[in-house]
Design a protein around this ligand. Sequence first.
Ligand code: IVH
Length: 707
Amino acid sequence: MIEQFSRPVEALGKETAKKELHELEAILERANKAYHLDDEPFLTDAEFDALKRRAFDIEKKYPELKELFSPEFMLGARPNERFERVNHAVRMLSLGNGFSDENIADFVERMRSYLGLAAEAPLPCTAEPKIDGLSLSLRYENGVLVQAATRGDGAVGENVTENARTIADIPQKLTGAPDVLEVRGEVYMSHEDFAALNARQLEKGDKPFANPRNAAAGSLRQLDARITAARPLRFFAYAWGVLSEPLAATQFGSIKRLKALGFQTNPLTKLCESLPEMLAHYRAIEAQRATLGYDIDGVVYKANDLALQARLGFRSTTPRWALAHKFPAELAWTRLEKIEIQVGRTGALSPVARLTPVTVGGVVVSNATLHNEDYIAGRDSKGEEIRGGKDIREGDWVQVYRAGDVIPKVADVDLARRDPGAEPYTFPHLCPECGSEAIREEGDAVRRCTGGLICPAQAVEKLKHFVSRAAFDIEGLGAKQVEAFYKDGWVKEPADIFTLQERFGSGLQQLKNRDGWGEKSAQNLFDAIAEKRAIPLAKLIFALGIRHVGESSAQLLATHYLSWDRFVDAMTTAGPCEGAEWDELLSIDGVGETLGRSVVSAFHDGPERDAILRLAAHLTVQDATPPSSESPVSGLTVVFTGTLERMTRAEAKARAEALGAKVAGSVSAKTNILVAGPGAGSKAKKAADLGVKVIDEDTWLSMIGAT
Ligand code: IVH
């Protein structure tokens, strides 16, 4: 097996090196699976290590190849399918970001206005470092640690209990804690421990970690808890999930309580009375950043009063009561070797800068986004100059910046270092993947391939989206696998996934013989596919990959139409973008014309519709449940008018919607309830004329069970 890799690495040309890396990756993955999943190792430890080292050496010779390969086997981290899944009863959310003092002032103002507080009314907030690690949820029952789970997609994480038990900062037992307590916080690695770990990695001939966060993630997500134990991980507690009783009445008080219970909490957590105090603490933390001994990437502000946090609630995936104030991006200069065009799921042509690798804030960057053709030309979407009108050319020296997790960007160009022979970049008008015309619609910054599903890039990207976590999330079938299946012609569209087993039938041999697949893993794949034949409506709508349809709009469509058949009928009938069905689509709060047109066009007669229907034929689509159907106002259309005295319009609307009501701006025959405060005028009159029920704010509040 390993004889085939006998040529000295120095002698390998780039293409051979690439081919070898592919082969090595496949063998190492297969070896990993054979060892850990099937208990049938076919490589000795020494052989495994030798192949791993060879892959590492090839990457060292051709760093640009690194991006092509899965780092998983190199890191020794196990693919997530190895961990049991854990459902988070309280979702693990992310944070909205702010980048300037102004953004933070807006954040505080948004909270005040949502809560109906006066401009200068006090609104104390905590401010604390944003730790650059990975979040972990720890569940204690009767004071005993019973489960630790990673964030995963926020709803479902991975069970890493045994590994978490090896972390000294995580108490195994608590005294005086609520019966049920989920403590959330960040696992991280200190700079010192990171440097020592990397030195050990190099000594062993293993690949060093790119940064402390990767090291922490790779160490926590080990199947063998002994490896985690040997890696010095730490933990800061800063939030909570399920609680049988509150920890305290405030954020600050809760953190103090967590500290008293034995958790590490960040000593730079401060209760700030005002915006200037928050910003001053941000500056103080920023000034200490380099000497803290661990990575932080900003400061997190949280409304201190937990009752206010509860009122403020969440917007789809981020809380209204918290915000991350990110530190400014990190910068570096390097050479732009080539501009390449990538074609996305919806046909967008995105220019990517291939760079001479450069370290930006501790991470090696060799690719960066160039946004779109205007950006390269030095214009913004309105045709106005950016970067003083300087365009970007292949061969230029460019400034690259990255902020947190976002894709690195090319920010500036150094004209003094431009080769006098450098030509301006011409953006292609034909799709580089399929040759179809690529057009730019008026008002759109992006040029798009018109090839639709005949464009292999669009087809592959659609498939990747289809199997992604928030969509079908089929275990063992990730982006890499669908791409390989597409190349081999086995899976051209989502429907093909569901006929894989049937087409292979007993001839499982074909799949088995592929690198990385054994009988057991092939069967696991078929089982995982079968498991996803029953799929909730919202997931299916999202998985279709229709332009403008994200997770939350898919959810809106699902909760409105409830069943797949009704949804397909409605989208078909709404096709001409006029008539009752079209009006109904646009009546959904959150569905605008752009989204509406995009969805109905996917259901026009044609190849896209055919592919969707072919897919649906293999599925059992689970009906959506109308939101909180037990709520007394679910499904009702409500209009608010006049002055509300107990909460702001925004809060009233958000609460009504959370209970399944639809909030409209004007009274019509469809209105069920008009909530009229003092000063109600024409709307109240119209409601009376139409015989619509009119109630005051207090009656409304008691109707929805609010106090
Ligand atoms: S609070 C509901 N506080 O940042 C909000 N998050 O970008 C819960 N993080 O997923 C998060 N330090 O992993 C919070 N002091 C801190 C944090 C922090 C780091 C991470 C956390 C979260 C991510 C969001």
